[in-house]
Design a protein around this ligand. Structure first.
Ligand code: ATP
Length: 292
């Protein structure tokens, strides 16, 4: 059962944050962001290195103070929590970009230990299994590989059965199989009603998981959309490609069906090595952020 009943788990208006930089200057990390994350959705923040994603997420988590703007996470301002703070903190789960942990404890010890902090914690054994660390349950943390440590971070993020889970580049260092398993876990959490805010550099991850996503560059959101519609992807031209006398041909078209019918008439039967493709999320994204 979820306590959250409001439409939005996260609401942000005109969020701004600068850091002091060399000399007297300032570095504007977040330059006026508006964001609404619906309760129960998976929302991804995409953007190049230094775009302001982590700063935004850390402000939402209550780890960083903002300069200005309005922020509500589960109806509370993370910066103004005061006495409510431990109750609120128990309702959110955090997977930071890197965690410093007790290197000489075992995976199992750490997870069981953290479970005790929460009234409604998940079963630690189940969590260890969910993140694929069963075989490493008795291993000391300092002996884990990078990807295994990251899985431990994820385990600690979900052990308290959070209503919102913040995931900052959660699958960095995961092998492909571990990433797929992680995606399954995230879908399971969504199925339980968890709201998930995720930053990632993997466009396939955003496509596989996100209901909606925002692209951030230079501290500003340039578009909020679904993976299918981002940057006009749904109405982008399709590429029809085939082989004619051993030479690859390609046309860009709004009407690939008509093109294929024309080719079929031309060839009479099978169109050699026919493919019809729309731009990938990655192609659209790279175009949006101006990297060709
Ligand atoms: P990445 O994809 O590399 O994780 P990001 O989008 O999460 O990047 P942020 O970490 O939010 O970006 O950084 C935004 C900008 O703020 C960058 O220019 C960064 O150098 C700067 N910045 C971040 N943290 C600090 C800090 N503690 N002190 C000074 N500048 C900082």
């Amino acid at each position: 059962m979820r306590k959250t009943s409001s439409e939005f788990a996260i609401e942000v208006r005109n969020l701004k944050k600068s850091y002091p930089s060399k000399g007297d200057g300032v570095k504007i990390a977040v330059a006026g962001i508006d964001l609404q994350v619906r309760t129960g959705e998976i929302f991804a923040l995409l953007g190049p290195n230094g775009a302001g994603k982590t700063t935004t997420v850390e402000i939402l988590e209550g780890y960083r103070n903002r300069d200005s703007g309005d922020v509500a996470v589960l109806g509370c301002d993370p910066q103004e929590l005061g006495r409510q703070s431990s109750e609120w903190r128990n309702r959110i789960g955090i997977v930071l970009q890197s965690t410093k942990d007790a290197a000489d404890l075992t995976v199992s010890e750490v997870i069981f230990h953290f479970a005790k902090y929460y009234a409604n914690a998940r079963d630690p054994k189940e969590v260890i299994e969910d993140v694929g660390l069963t075989e490493k349950a008795g291993a000391r943390i300092e002996t884990l590989s990078g990807g295994q440590r990251r899985r431990l971070d994820v385990a600690l993020g979900i052990i308290g059965r959070p209503e919102i889970l913040f995931l900052d580049e959660p699958t960095t260092g995961f092998d492909p199989e571990a990433r797929r398993a992680f995606w399954e876990l995230i879908r399971k959490l969504k199925g339980e009603g968890t709201t998930i805010l995720l930053t990632t550099h993997y466009l396939d991850e955003a496509e596989a998981l996100a209901d909606r996503l925002a692209v951030i560059t230079d501290g500003k959101i340039i578009e909020v959309s679904t993976p299918e519609n981002l940057g006009g992807r749904n109405s982008a031209k399709a590429k029809v490609s085939w082989l004619a006398n051993g030479v690859r041909k390609e046309v860009s078209t709004d009407n690939p069906t008509a093109e294929v019918i024309k080719l079929q008439q031309e060839f009479g039967s099978e169109i050699p090595e026919l493919t019809v493709t729309r731009p990938t999320l990655e192609e659209i994204y790279l175009e949006m952020i101006g990297a060709k």
